[in-house]
Ligand binder design. Structure first.
Ligand code: DAH
Length: 346
C-alpha cells in the first residue's frame, strides 16, 4: 500500500474509534492504539530510514502532521467529555438572563403621586386593614348605607376594637381620617394603596384594586383650587390638550360633590366620525370623584369646620392605566404573564 493511502486509512479508523469513545479510559486506549510505540504510525516512522532520500522528507512531514492532528482531536474530545460529565457545554449559547422591572401599576401609581408631589402634595399611606369608624362613620357614611353591607365590604372575622368591626378598606378615603386625626392644617396629601370589594371579577372589576386619594385643608381653600389642581394633573398626565368636565354628583363625605371627566384623548387624536372605543362616542371619560370635604368629616377629625375647609378627590389607578395604555381587561394586571408585563418595561 502506498504510504499516503495507509495514512488516510489510519485517520479514518481513528475518526470512527474516536466518535465512539465516551470515557477517559476509552480515549486512552485510542491514544495508545494510534500514537503508542506499537502503533501503525510508529511502524511507518521506523521505515523512513530505508526510504530513498527524496521520499524521506515528504513522508516524515506527513506522518508528523497526522500525529499532531490525532493528538489535537484526542485532546478536544477529552475536554468535551469532561464538560459533558459536569453537565456543561461551553460551546452552547448562553442562557439569556431576563431582568425584571417595575409593574405597570406601580409605575402609574408613582407617576400619579409624583404629579401631585410636584404641585406641593406629600405622600402618606393609610392602612389596608381598617375599621368601620375610619372606612364609614367618620366619612359621614350612615349606618344604613348599602356600601356597609357584607355584599360590598369584606369584614374580618376578628374581635372589634372600639371603632367598629375590622374590615379590608373598600376605598382610600379613610386615609383622610387617619391623617386628619393626627395633623393640624394646612396640609395637602395624596394617599395611594390597595382597596378591596367583594365584586364579581370580570374585564373591568376585581376584588382588589388600587386608588389614589387626595385631600388638602387650609383656611382658604375653595372649589376653584380643586379645579385648578385637577386640571393641572390631567394636563400633565394625559396631555396638554385635555379638558375637564365637572358633573354634580353625591358622595356622603363631600359637599358639594362632583364626578370629573376628561375630554377623550383618543377621539381628539383620531378626529374621525367612527364611534370611539374608549369614550363610546360620548367624547368624555370619567376619571375620578371629588368635592369639598363635608363639615361632618372635619368635625369627626377634630378640625374646626368654621375655620377650615378642604377638598378631596379619589381615583382608580387600574382605570387610569387602562385608559392611558389602552388595556382591555383589568385581569391582565394581576396574572403576571410576562408577555403582557414586558410590553410596559421601563
Ligand atoms: N371614595 C370614593 C370611591 O371609592 C372616591 C371618592 C369620591 C373619593 C369623592 C373622594 C371624593 O375623596 O371626594 O368611590
Amino acid at each position: 500500500m502506498i504510504a499516503r493511502e495507509e495514512i488516510a486509512q489510519i485517520v479514518q479508523e481513528f475518526e470512527t474509534d474516536l466518535a465512539q469513545a465516551g470515557s477517559a479510559e476509552a480515549l486512552e486506549k485510542i491514544r495508545i492504539k494510534y500514537l503508542g510505540r506499537k502503533s501503525r504510525l510508529s511502524r511507518m516512522f521506523a521505515k523512513i530510514p530505508s526510504l530513498p532520500p527524496r521520499e524521506k522528507g515528504v513522508l516524515g512531514k506527513e506522518l508528523n502532521v497526522t500525529k499532531q492532528k490525532i493528538a489535537a482531536k484526542l485532546e478536544e474530545k477529552s475536554q468535551q467529555n469532561a464538560q459533558a460529565e459536569e453537565g456543561m457545554d461551553l460551546t452552547f449559547p448562553g442562557e439569556k438572563i431576563s431582568h425584571g422591572g417595575r409593574h405597570l401599576l406601580s409605575r402609574v401609581l408613582e407617576d400619579i403621586c409624583t404629579t401631585f408631589e410636584n404641585l406641593g402634595f406629600s405622600v402618606k399611606e393609610g392602612a389596608e386593614i381598617d375599621d368601620e369608624w375610619h372606612n364609614f362613620s367618620a366619612l359621614n357614611i350612615p349606618l344604613e348605607h348599602p356600601s356597609r353591607d357584607v355584599f360590598d365590604t369584606f369584614y374580618l372575622n376578628l374581635p372589634a376594637q372600639g371603632k367598629g368591626k375590622l374590615l379590608l378598606r373598600s376605598h382610600t378615603s379613610p386615609s383622610q381620617i387617619h391623617f386628619m386625626e393626627e395633623a393640624s392644617p394646612p396640609f395637602a396629601i395624596v394617599s395611594p394603596g390597595r382597596v378591596y370589594r367583594p365584586d364579581q371579577v370580570d374585564a373591568t372589576h376585581s376584588f382588589m384594586f388600587h386608588q389614589v386619594e387626595g385631600f388638602a385643608v387650609s383656611e382658604h381653600i375653595r372649589f376653584s383650587d380643586l379645579k385648578g389642581v385637577l386640571l393641572r394633573f390631567a394636563k400633565t398626565y394625559f396631555g396638554p390638550g385635555v379638558e375637564l368636565r365637572f358633573r354634580p354628583h353625591f358622595f356622603p363625605f363631600t359637599e358639594p360633590s362632583a364626578e370629573v371627566d376628561i375630554s377623550c384623548f383618543s377621539c381628539a387624536a383620531r378626529d374621525s366620525d367612527e364611534k370611539c372605543s374608549i369614550c363610546k362616542g360620548s367624547r368624555w371619560i370619567e376619571i375620578l370623584g371629588c368635592g369639598m370635604i363635608h363639615p361632618h368629616v372635619l368635625s369627626a377629625c377634630k378640625i374646626d369646620p368654621q375655620r377650615y375647609r378642604g377638598f378631596a378627590f379619589g381615583m382608580g389607578v387600574e382605570r387610569i392605566a387602562m385608559l392611558r395604555y389602552r388595556i382591555p381587561d383589568i385581569r391582565l394586571f394581576y396574572e403576571n404573564d410576562v408577555r403582557f408585563l414586558e410590553q410596559f418595561r421601563s
